[in-house]
Design a protein around this ligand. Structure first.
Ligand code: CA2
Length: 156
């Protein structure tokens, strides 16, 4: 094996957010709080540096784009994914398939607690493809999930 003096690159975690989450912090603060997605991404980048990982944070309103990003995460040798799929959580078999096909440990993230809300939010189409779920901590669900996934990756 060829030895390199290059320091190993920090593990890369993709953080994907789905439809309407670009409006986080701007509407319905009683449900979703007042932190914007941009602020969440900044918090995640700061936390990632402290944990010794890297994050690639993206948002799309389009299901197919989110599907494509699982393929990109795999091609980029990402070690895991956090996904808040928004309302696609409750409808998307395509995302379920994409998560499974990627083989990447994926954590389902929600700002609110969908199971304490309308009945259509009680079911997740993607949960069975994920290793875990973090929900109900407001914007902090993302940072809680990053800490947990980063620790999980150290032991798996
Ligand atoms: O709680 C979550 O994170 C959700 O994934 C958010 C989705 C919802 O459909 C899921 O059931 C739970 C909705 C995202 C809508 O985001 C908005 C943000 C600010 C204002 C209005 C909508």
């Amino acid at each position: 094996m060829v030895k390199s003096n290059e320091p190993a690159e920090a593990p890369l975690i993709f953080v994907l957010s789905g439809p309407n989450l670009d409006r986080l912090g701007q509407r319905e603060p009683e449900i979703y709080g007042s932190t914007t997605l941009e602020e969440v991404h900044t918090q995640l980048e700061q936390l990632a540096a402290a944990l010794g990982v890297r994050v690639e944070c993206r948002q799309s309103n389009h299901e197919g784009t989110l599907v494509d990003w699982f393929g990109e995460a795999q091609d980029a040798d990402a070690t895991g994914v956090l996904i808040n799929a928004g309302a696609y959580t409750h409808t998307s078999y395509a995302l379920y398939d994409a998560i499974n096909a990627s083989d990447l440990p994926t954590v389902e993230v929600h700002v609110s607690n969908p199971e304490a809300r309308e009945s259509f939010r009680h079911e997740s189409r993607i949960a069975a493809a994920c290793i875990a779920k973090v929900a109900g901590f407001g914007a902090a669900s993302y940072t809680v999930a990053l800490r947990a996934l980063s620790e999980w990756l150290e032991h798996n």
